[in-house]
Design a protein around this ligand. Sequence first.
Ligand SMILES: Cc1cc2nc3c(=O)[nH]c(=O)nc-3n(C[C@H](O)[C@H](O)[C@H](O)COP(=O)(O)O)c2cc1C
Length: 183
Amino acid sequence: MNTQAKPASGWDTMDAQAFMQREKAIFDPFATLSNEWMIVGAGIASDWNGMTASWGSVGRLWNRDVAVCYVRPSRHTFKYMERSDRFTLSFFDPSWRSALDYFGSRSGRDQDKASGAGLDPVCFADDAVTFAQARLCFVCRKIYAQDILPELFLDPSIAAHYPKKDYHRMYVGEIQEVRVKRE
Ligand SMILES: Cc1cc2nc3c(=O)[nH]c(=O)nc-3n(C[C@H](O)[C@H](O)[C@H](O)COP(=O)(O)O)c2cc1C
């Protein structure tokens, strides 16, 4: 079980479009996801889990600002994604790389990942957990989920990502709040 999240302090709040206009310099989705990754988190302050992810996107869908992430059913985080109405995407400076390595190579099934990685979980609301060390967090409301279906691959080489056939579930989240850590 992960360390209980304490109430967060020292964060600004804005909506996704205001964030993108004002804070472009601190968030390039391509570079951030490729090089710095993110932690996908779900659950409540007393019982949450998170994992590193590098596949995802942000954009517009159904006239909403959305963020998309992909979680394999084999992940402990999957259970939390399924039972939660919201999820968070947390982003860190590159100096936290080893913590993201940790979150991407251990499972919350058998340990407290937060203390193992040296991260302090904090929450904006009971069901919106992030970390005191993050620089940025998208709080998302789940609005759509769908499994990746191999029969729909238009490029057969994509199948190479699924030797165990554990196809991701795609979660589309409406970005309710963008939280930016104050310096
Ligand atoms: C750089 C990196 C990116 C990853 N991206 C994803 C991803 O997008 N989706 C996914 O399901 N797992 C991804 N993983 C794997 C999970 O983070 C990993 O299996 C983790 O240990 C799952 O933890 P959990 O069992 O506590 O949920 C990634 C791992 C790393 C290191």
